[in-house]
Design a binder for this molecule. Structure first.
Ligand code: IMP
Ligand code: MG
Length: 178
């Protein structure tokens, strides 16, 4: 285990198992359609790569970059689009892929932003859900794990751009960010 972690919350095996289930559910629900997965950079990139490989129907991928956090561990409430999609989503079935649903500010903003462009549907697939801190009314159609109110890193999730490479998810020692 990385020395900056207080504990491991989700092991590689737990992640693999759950991501497979989510991919199977998406493949069933979107059978006959061709969903466009929209990953929210950077946190979702590892989840996206693993999730897509568990989807057995035709699909495509694009990415957006938004910022709401800076290097702090609390949301500022403001969302800025730093990179937009590279394609039109009119008539498409969009699945927004996120690392974690926390306050919900990011995904609530992004969902409305995408709905304005006339897609057939917009759903959310999040690996982690931290319901304790929700401020905005957003619901994820697919959620991997409900987690307690702790700051977690690994499997794409960072603190100050570090720890994304850990193959598991751990709780960061508060001494690292306090
Ligand atoms: P929200 O707008 O508050 O839901 O923020 C979502 C974003 O905050 C995520 O995409 C992450 O980038 C970041 N975030 C929230 N909680 C954590 C955490 O525990 N670890 C790492 N990043 C987090
Ligand atoms: Mg993120």
């Amino acid at each position: 285990m990385n020395e900056d972690l207080a504990s491991i919350l989700l092991t590689e095996e737990q992640l693999r198992q759950r991501v497979r289930e989510l991919g199977e559910a998406i493949s069933r629900d979107y059978a006959g359609k061709e969903p466009l997965f929209v990953g929210v950079l950077k946190g979702s990139f590892i989840f996206m790569a693993d999730l897509m490989r568990q989807v057995s129907i035709p699909c495509s991928v694009d990415f957006m970059a938004v910022s709401s956090y800076g290097n702090a561990t609390k949301t500022t409430g403001a969302v800025k689009i730093n990179k937009d999609l590279s394609q039109d989503i009119e008539g498409r079935d969009v699945v927004v892929v996120e690392d974690i649903l926390d306050s919900g500010v990011t995904l609530s903003y992004l969902t409305k932003f995408l709905l304005n462009r006339g897609p057939a549907s917009v759903a959310i697939a999040t690996l982690l859900d931290k319901p304790a801190r929700r401020q905005a009314d957003v619901r994820a159609k697919y959620a991997g794990f409900e987690i307690p109110d702790a700051f977690v890193v690994g499997y794409g999730l960072d603190y100050a751009e570090k720890y994304r490479n850990l193959p598991y998810i751990g709780i960061l020692k508060p001494s690292i960010y306090e």
